[in-house]
Design a protein around this ligand. Structure first.
Ligand code: KG4
Ligand code: ZN
Length: 333
């Protein structure tokens, strides 16, 4: 089946054409990050206006790159939530208009299911798995026995891991978004230079907490006083902070894998692009005798190929045109 995926939940306007849920014919992502940078984070009003400008050109480009026309498309999937309401509505209304005009089945997709399934494009993932979805908005740990059957084992009780990266980067004057910059800086740093805490790491629950870690970095910076750091010092702070985040994520994920006899672990979402997380999770999983799967970098960030993939296995359940489909800012999977 040839499906068009549309994603506008945050600050990426994305469209993709995917065949049979496996073959990505195009995956177009237009990022607004440069427009939000100067505000230090995503401004919802700006995000929805920019989606409105970009959505049609992005869909057009996705069709062109896939070398297909709207007439070839057999169904549409659009992110229905969770995310920013104004942003989601742009994607939903565009998808509704196209689906209505073309009389195509339309599926409202949960963004988190999209992230989870992004791991399944390039890997033959055995089930059951433990899936860690780690992004700017979420840090969720799931047990997956079958596609479509997601049991939430734990989640962050405060900041998401990506949010902690972004806040720490801001504290250090590194700009927004912070994940990539900290990842790069940390490569030259000593990860045991500063013993930052690992909140909740040894608790029995699978929940996470990152705000205390962010506060620990804030106190370190305040105590240090002078905000002029040498490159080495900055790298040491970045590496020590990152090691704490990675430690927590790896330990909790593998503990769950052990408890539930998972055949593999899979990590998805923006923070899954983190080089140290990829390395440490692979190493530790290997030590436990199971593989760790990550999507390629382009599929870690918000994209519409993952939305089309999630659409593939839900589209047979579509009965009537979903006139009343509405954006859901919160939508637990
Ligand atoms: O999944 P995503 O694109 O959007 C959300 O749904 O949130 O994730 C964005 C988050 C941001 O917080 C960003 O700083 C983080 O992912 N991120 C990274 C890296 N690349 C992006 N965090 C750590 N290391 C990276 N290399
Ligand atoms: Zn996301």
């Amino acid at each position: 089946m040839l499906l068009l995926g549309i994603e506008t939940s945050c600050d990426e306007t994305a469209a993709a054409v995917v065949r049979d849920g496996t073959e990505i014919l195009s995956n177009v992502i237009s990022s607004q990050v440069d427009f939000h940078k100067k505000y230090g984070g995503v401004v919802p009003e700006i995000a929805s206006r920019m989606h409105q400008e970009k959505i049609i050109p992005v869909i057009k480009e996705a069709l062109e790159r896939a070398n297909v026309t709207l007439g070839d498309i057999q169904g549409i999937g659009v992110t229905q939530g969770p995310g920013l309401i104004g942003s989601l509505l742009v994607g939903i209304n565009t998808a509704k208009a196209i689906a209505w005009a073309r009389q195509l089945p339309l599926v409202g997709v949960n963004h988190l299911e999209g992230h989870i399934l992004s791991c399944f494009f390039e890997n033959n993932v055995p089930l059951p798995i433990i899936s860690l979805v780690v992004s700017g908005g979420h840090t969720n740990l799931y047990l997956i026995n079958a596609i479509g059957n997601y049991k939430l084992l734990g989640k962050t009780l405060d900041d998401a891991a990506g949010e902690a990266y972004d806040k720490v980067a801001k504290l250090l004057g590194l700009g927004y978004p912070g994940g990539v910059v900290i990842d790069r800086l940390a490569k030259g740093g000593n990860s045991s230079a500063i013993p930052f805490p690992r909140p909740m790491v040894s608790e029995a629950s699978y929940n996470f907490s990152f705000s205390g870690l962010k506060t620990a970095v804030m106190y370190y910076v305040k105590k240090r006083g002078d905000m002029t750091y040498s490159e080495q010092e900055l790298s040491d702070i970045a590496a020590s902070f990152q090691e704490a985040v990675v430690d927590i994520l790896v330990q909790k994920t593998l503990k769950a894998a052990h408890e539930y006899n998972a055949k593999a672990v899979a990590v998805a979402g923006g923070v899954a692009a983190n080089s140290r997380l990829r390395e440490a999770m692979q190493q530790e999983a290997e030590r436990c005798g199971i593989p760790a799967y990550f999507p390629s970098l382009i599929l870690c960030t918000d994209n519409a190929a993952m939305i089309a993939k999630a659409t593939e296995h839900r589209i047979s359940q579509v009965a009537a045109f979903p006139y009343n489909m509405n954006a859901r800012s919160r939508w637990p999977l």
